[in-house]
Write a protein that binds this ligand. Structure first.
Ligand SMILES: Cc1cc2nc3c(=O)[nH]c(=O)nc-3n(C[C@H](O)[C@H](O)[C@H](O)COP(=O)(O)OP(=O)(O)OC[C@H]3O[C@@H](n4cnc5c(N)ncnc54)[C@H](O)[C@@H]3O)c2cc1C
Length: 365
């Protein structure tokens, strides 16, 4: 997504239509529609156009949406990367900023166009900051006449005292160092209090600061999708502050053994008591587990087994040849981590043709 947002990949290279992916799976039908309500007692789903579907088993995987922590008005000034459409909007915004800076003569105004603020130093924020540094320092460096794109100021703002808060401390420190090498300014322990058309206001300690920036991008977090909230209220399920639904070890909602919840919408614990993270691996493994659980139940099994998440590790990429990774407790950083990241992500791109194209783009351009 962040590579689409910074113009190094096109949408077709990273996304494929569901209908095509499932084309050969004859017991699957894909229908376009938005689920807006559910009646769990009569086992019925309601779509926005009023159509209803009855189910025997229901798998809800409606994921998450951006969370602006109650400040939804910020969204218009600080788009995020949750969907391909948003990634394209971000791309337009970034490239327009360089174009506007090229035309503006007034130094303060030009500086504001060349200032890019990313809110949130989790994986997405780091990836975005790294890619922005790359296009401004490398890709665009010879393309303008009045401005020097490599002088773009990239500021990464994080509320916690360190970047990549869920990662081990040594990897956070390595990531911080890699960001600094790329010339990215990292502001930690800083709380954003306002975002508007012209920039961002934040509080650092007891100081209130203002940064004039025409491009502010949001990587600040997610919350449950609207349908997830509706499902929780209809089933009276327990939720956390991000509205994720607490499920039983077999990923069903308590008292509703026919409703499974998987992926980002789920609030579930691992065997060691830690919460499952909102990453693709959890969603994919949860999906596969639930499919098997339903088949087992149809075959007459009464005792559900618990979902066990197999954690293959965490990775964050910072620019083209640098990353940090925690693989089965092994902490890797720099180029080796980037190579691991490259191959792991390529493996999971759905279409073989895209895999080849993306490999060429990432590896050689
Ligand atoms: C920019 C970005 C980068 C990321 N990078 C990584 C990464 O490198 N590695 C990693 O492991 N994870 C990454 N993640 C997280 C990962 O994408 C999620 O954990 C994963 O997609 C969750 O899968 P899901 O099926 O629960 O939800 P999603 O993938 O969000 O899918 C939910 C789907 O449900 C649809 N939907 C929602 N509401 C309705 C409704 N009411 N009716 C019908 N359809 C509906 C949505 O349109 C969407 O297609 C990243 C996330 C983002 C935003």
């Amino acid at each position: 997504m962040y590579q689409v947002a910074t113009g190094s990949l096109s949408p077709g290279e990273i996304a494929a239509p569901l209908r095509g992916i499932l084309g050969r799976q004859k017991n699957t039908q894909v229908l376009l529609g938005e689920a807006v309500d559910i009646d769990p007692k009569s086992r019925r789903i309601v779509l926005r156009d009023g159509t209803t579907f009855d189910y025997d088993s229901l798998i809800v995987a409606t994921g998450s949406v951006n969370s602006y922590y109650g400040n939804d008005a910020w969204e218009q000034w600080a788009p995020s990367l949750k969907t391909l459409e948003e990634a394209l909007r971000v791309r337009g915004k970034i490239l327009y900023a360089f174009e506007a800076a090229e035309r503006v003569l007034e130094p303060k105004e030009r500086r504001a166009w060349l200032t890019f603020v990313i809110v949130g130093a989790g994986t997405t924020g780091l990836e975005l900051a790294g890619a922005l540094a790359e296009i401004s320092r490398e890709t665009l460096r010879h393309d303008f006449r009045s401005i020097r794109p490599q002088e773009a100021l990239i500021v990464l703002i994080e509320g916690s005292p360190r970047v990549l808060p869920p990662y081990p401390e040594d990897l956070s420190a390595k990531a911080d160092h890699l960001l600094t090498i790329l010339g990215i300014q990292v502001r930690k322990g800083v709380r954003v209090v306002d975002i508007d058309r012209d920039g961002v206001t934040f509080v650092a300690g007891s100081e209130r600061e203002r940064l004039e920036a025409r491009t502010v991008l949001w990587a600040g977090g997610v919350k449950a999708s609207d349908f997830g909230k509706r499902l929780a209220s209809r089933t009276e399920a327990d939720t956390d502050k991000a509205d994720r639904i607490r499920v039983k070890p077999d990923l069903t909602i308590p008292d509703f053994p026919d409703i499974y919840v998987v992926g980002d919408l789920t609030l579930a614990s691992r065997a060691d008591g830690r919460q499952m993270p909102g990453v693709a691996q959890v969603a994919m493994q949860g999906g596969a587990y639930v499919a098997k659980a339903i088949v087992r139940r149809m075959n007459g099994s009464k005792e559900p087994t618990a979902f066990r998440y197999f954690d293959k590790g965490d990775m964050a990429v910072i620019g083209r040849a640098a990353a940090v990774a925690n693989i089965f407790g092994l902490h890797v950083s720099g180029f080796p981590a980037w190579l691991v990241w490259l191959f792991v992500h390529l493996m999971y791109i759905v279409e073989f043709q895209s895999r080849v194209l993306v490999f060429i783009q990432w590896g050689f351009q």
